[in-house]
Every structure is written in C-alpha cells, then in structure tokens.
Write a protein that binds this ligand. Structure first.
Ligand SMILES: NC(=O)C1=CN([C@@H]2O[C@H](COP(=O)(O)OP(=O)(O)OC[C@H]3O[C@@H](n4cnc5c(N)ncnc54)[C@H](OP(=O)(O)O)[C@@H]3O)[C@@H](O)[C@H]2O)C=CC1
Ligand SMILES: O=C(O)C(=O)[C@@H](O)[C@H](O)C(=O)CO
Length: 269
C-alpha cells in the first residue's frame, strides 16, 4: 500500500524528557498525525510514550524514525529498527528513513537492503530516505528495484530546492522539508515573508508553512509550544497567490542552507 501523509508533521528534535512527552501529546491533541523522530534524537521513548498515552488510536498516527550512519551495515538494520520499536514501546513503526547517505562510508545501498528486509518482516510499514541526492536514490533503486516513498531534506525559503522538488514529483517520491522555518534564522524576518504575512493577517511562520504547501513540500516544523503548534497546523488552510509564492521562493540562494550540511560530503553517524 502506498503511503498517505497529512500536509504537515511535527518535528521533535531536540525534544526530550517529560517536557518532550507533553509537547508531543499536545501536538497530537491539536491534530498532528505525522510525528518525526530519529534513533539519534534520543527521544524515541518520549515519542512512543506520547503515542501510547495520548488517547488517539494507534492506527491514526504515522510515526517516523531514522537509521543512524553507524548502523548502515545490512545486518545491523533490522536489529536497530527492533531497538526503535522497543524504545517506543510500539509494535511497528509507520515510516523509517535512512537518516543521512554518508557517501564516503559507502554503505547506503547495504542499509537500503536492510530497510527492505525490515519492511518484509513487518516491523516498518513504509521505508524512505533522508538527505539523499537524486544520484543516491537512483543508485539504491538500480541495485534493489525498490524506490523510497519519502525523502526528507532541508527545505526553507533560503534553500527552496525547487529543482529537487520537481525531480521527486516526477518519481512519485514525497518530499518532507526539515528545518522548514530555518529555525527562525533570517527566514521569519525576511521582508518577502513579513509582507506576505501582513497581507494575510498571519504570522511569518504561517506564511512560510503555507509556501511549503504551495510548492509541494511537506513541512515538519518543530514546536514545543501549544499555541505555535496550532498556528503551524492552521497554516495548511492558507492559500497564497502565485506572486506571493514566487516572492518567497526568490529568497533562495545556493549557500542558503542553515549550516554546512551538504549531503555530498556532510555525514552523521
Ligand atoms: N532529516 C534530518 O537530517 C533533519 C531532520 N530534522 C527534523 O525537522 C524538524 C524541524 O526542523 P528544526 O531544525 O527543528 O527547525 P524548524 O524550522 O522547525 O524550527 C524550529 C524552531 O522554530 C520555532 N518555532 C516553531 N514554530 C514557530 C512559530 N510558529 N513561530 C515562531 N517560531 C516557531 C521553535 O521554537 P518553539 O519550539 O519554542 O516553538 C524552534 O525554535 C526537526 O525537529 C526534526 O524532526 C531537522 C534537522 C535535520
Ligand atoms: O536533526 C537531525 O535530524 C539532524 O540530522 C541534526 O543533526 C541536524 O543535522 C542538526 O543540524 C543538528 O544541529
């Protein structure tokens, strides 16, 4: 079955501890149904506790986690995902992603083979990748015949990745945008954003999230604040004009990443 996702999800890095559980429960109560996490965030327990105690049926929630670079070896993948499942206290994970391709390590094809095994074993329902460039995706598909359903990449007004969005759309791969607000740095104060916000009587963050939806990116804003969680969710109802979308996209620049995390060479273990 092909994955079906809501237009927005909740980012959870760096939520942890009791405050983290409360933040995830709050988001679910507000209406979030897609929750992002990762083995390396050290918050899978918090996310799982929220899922188990929030009162919303498990099958209505789409829980994501990610495989760390140190476990790319094929034989490590199923046990690592079983560890995620145990940490979360759940029976399965809805969506599992390879967190970073780590090309110099050269094991992302092995990792993908392990992800396919995990899906066949039923411990994950859907598999995808994160921070993969088109070449990486073409390579795993060529070697396994299995295309990822999702690629989670850095995407915000200073780094809109419109060419990548088009490429993924042609392949039928959903693009999730990480750091969709660029953690606030520059993006929420950029005149193009504040002008759109003023024209609609919305906040700059809402203008950015409405822009994500308009360009075909599924944003994963992190907020621990119930008011901002609602604000971000409500942004999915806001329609921007083509000119407004273009004015925010025009903020993009080649060095617009929030940090030097180009997956051609940036790696995480
Ligand atoms: N796959 C990958 O490699 C990566 C994945 N991610 C994922 O993407 C998620 C989101 O990215 P992240 O880096 O957290 O950055 P975001 O762009 O989501 O920014 C988060 C920051 O913005 C603030 N914020 C949220 N909503 C609003 C609002 N409406 N108005 C003003 N400020 C707001 C938050 O504060 P507050 O909580 O106080 O509201 C927080 O400080 C992560 O949590 C993680 O799940 C992130 C990085 C890499
Ligand atoms: O949050 C994630 O998923 C990460 O990969 C982080 O390490 C992120 O890259 C980051 O910027 C941490 O400062």
């Amino acid at each position: 079955m092909t994955i079906s996702l809501p237009p927005i999800g909740l980012g959870t890095w760096p939520m942890r501890g009791r405050e983290g559980t409360a933040a995830v429960i709050s988001a679910i109560e507000k209406g979030y149904r897609l929750i992002d996490s990762a083995f390396n965030y050290e918050n899978e327990g918090v996310v799982g506790t929220a899922v188990r105690t929030c009162g919303v049926p498990r099958e209505e929630l789409i829980i994501t986690s990610k495989l760390p670079g140190r476990h790319h070896k094929q034989s490590h993948v199923v046990p690592t995902i079983e560890e995620t499942v145990a940490r979360m206290g759940l029976d399965y994970i809805d969506l599992y992603l390879i967190h970073w391709p780590n090309p110099s390590q050269g094991l992302y094809v092995d990792a993908w083979k392990g992800m396919i095994e995990a899906k066949e074993a039923g411990i994950v329902k859907h598999i995808g990748v994160s921070n993969f460039l088109p070449d990486h995706i073409e390579k795993i598909e060529a070697e396994t015949g299995v295309r990822p359903e999702v690629n989670q990449i850095e995407l915000h007004p200073m780094f809109p990745q419109l060419g990548q969005l088009q490429w993924h759309e042609e392949k039928g791969i959903i693009v999730e945008g990480w750091s969709p607000l660029r953690r606030g740095n520059e993006a929420t104060s950029a005149p193009a954003v504040t002008e759109v916000a003023a024209a609609h009587g919305i906040t700059p963050a809402q203008a950015i999230l409405a822009w994500h939806r308009a360009i075909g990116s599924l944003p994963l804003p992190k907020s621990s604040d119930p008011v901002r969680q609602s604000e971000n969710l409500a942004a999915m109802e806001i329609e921007l004009t083509d000119d407004e979308v273009a004015s925010i996209s025009a903020l993009g620049r080649p060095d617009g990443r929030q940090a030097d995390q180009n997956p051609e060479y940036y790696e995480e273990m």
